[in-house]
Write a protein that binds this ligand. Structure first.
Ligand code: AMP
Length: 395
């Protein structure tokens, strides 16, 4: 997908009401925001709009309120935290497209910021209902999409509104598409992809797309066991997709045909049960005995993967190398994170679990780019068109 989209800087926002779709789907505990990364991530676009005299109307979803007004999913905590971050009041509307939102939007002065209530209080949002999109659009004169995390969804606030307003991207989406787009279209070589996580089936599209582009494919995590089995090794009780063995064999063959180095683990940390405190040991082989399951890559593999990353030009990483949520099985993910961070390559971390692992392990600031969208970054790497980006004006 070759995206060259207009951004907030390519459109005159002065004095205009600008509807900005943000990703304020923050984790909450008892009404308190426990991780404000998404709010911080949205600030550059909002601050640009304030500085350039726009009238800013923010919107987002939060959780799954199932198309009904449910104050458990109110964006009130976000409005409060945003006000603190921006050092100016962010007015929260009582509704999304109703009288209160309309009145508050009409009363905005240049540089003012308001936030609409949770767009998913309306079932029409996720249906991308044209009437709802039109109403939402009628609040503003320009649409800015800055929610990469929902850009793979064609909803009213992520794509539908663009039928009624000039639409551009904010800085978050701009960064995502420029860095990931360049890696796919014109990577600094050698280009290495590291794929892990639970299942092959979740990553087939990514492997298929990347296999045509990369010089090396490194496979770890639960998905490695399907490849082991496909090659005739035993995998004990490891997570393994029996119905994907042919596919795994085809992918290995395809890699050979294309001259792509295909690297699998050579040793494993195996456990008795899928439990945090299960008995575990290291085996120096890719064959796993009966009654044991692979839960992380072993030391020899950590060394092999780390060495393979030396000299890489671009690295794309999606999916942990083991059950990294559990300390006993986080070693592989930690070592790979360190090797990626120290490689000097353009390093791109897919969202979701790998991003969380890199952050938790303290390597976040050493990476070139950590995607803000799990599903969206996967679809991007699959080469799919993302509706929330495709709907924006071309440069
Ligand atoms: P994904 O969302 O596909 O990137 O998968 C992430 C999940 O894969 C994490 O929750 C990990 O705990 C899990 N995972 C990684 N390696 C293994 C493994 N060897 N066995 C079971 N689950 C794994």
């Amino acid at each position: 997908m070759d995206y060259n989209k207009k951004s907030v800087e390519d459109i005159d926002v002065r004095g205009k009401k600008v509807l900005v779709r943000c990703d304020f789907n923050v984790p909450l505990k008892d009404g308190v925001i426990t991780d404000e990364n998404r709010i911080v991530g949205a600030l550059p676009t909002i601050e640009y709009l304030i500085k350039n005299h726009a009238k800013v109307i923010l919107c987002s979803h939060l959780g799954r309120p199932k198309g009904e007004f449910n104050m458990k999913y109110s964006l009130a905590p976000v409005a409060k935290r945003l006000s603190e971050k921006l050092n100016k009041e962010v007015v929260l509307a009582a509704d999304v497209i109703g009288e209160d939102a309309q009145a508050k939007a009409a009363a905005l002065k240049e540089g003012d910021v308001m936030l609409l209530e949770n767009v998913r209080f309306h079932a029409e949002e996720e249906k991308n209902d044209p009437e709802f999109s039109k109403k939402l659009a009628s609040l503003a004169e320009i649409y800015v999409n800055d929610a990469f995390g929902t850009a793979h969804r064609a909803h009213s606030s992520t794509a539908g509104v663009a039928d009624y307003l000039p639409a551009v991207c904010g800085y978050l989406i701009q960064k995502e598409i420029s860095i990931m787009g360049k890696a796919l279209a014109d990577p600094v070589r050698p280009f290495v992809a590291i794929l892990g996580g639970a299942k092959v089936s979740d990553k087939i599209g990514v492997i298929n797309n990347l296999i045509d582009k990369v010089d090396m494919l490194i496979i770890g995590g639960g998905m490695a066991y399907t490849f082991f089995r496909a090659m005739g090794s035993t995998t004990g009780t490891s997570i393994c997709e029996e119905d994907k063995l042919d596919l795994a064999r085809n992918l290995i063959e395809k890699a050979h045909e294309k001259g792509v180095a295909f690297i699998l683990p050579v040793d494993n940390i195996i456990g008795r049960e899928y439990k945090e405190d299960t008995t575990f040991m290291r085996i120096y082989s890719d064959s796993i005995p009966d009654g044991w399951m692979g839960l992380d890559i072993g030391e020899k593999t950590q060394e092999l993967f780390s060495k393979s990353l030396i000299g890489a030009g671009t690295i794309v990483w999606n999916g942990p190398m083991g059950v990294s949520e559990w300390e006993n099985f986080a070693g592989g993910t930690r070592t790979v994170a360190k090797a990626v961070a120290e490689s000097g390559a353009v390093s791109i971390i897919g969202g979701g679990d790998s991003a969380a692992a890199v952050e938790k392990l303290g390597f976040a600031d050493k990476m070139t780019h950590i995607s803000t969208g799990g599903g969206a970054s996967l679809e991007f790497l699959e080469g799919k068109e993302l509706p929330g980006i495709a709907c924006l004006l071309d440069k």
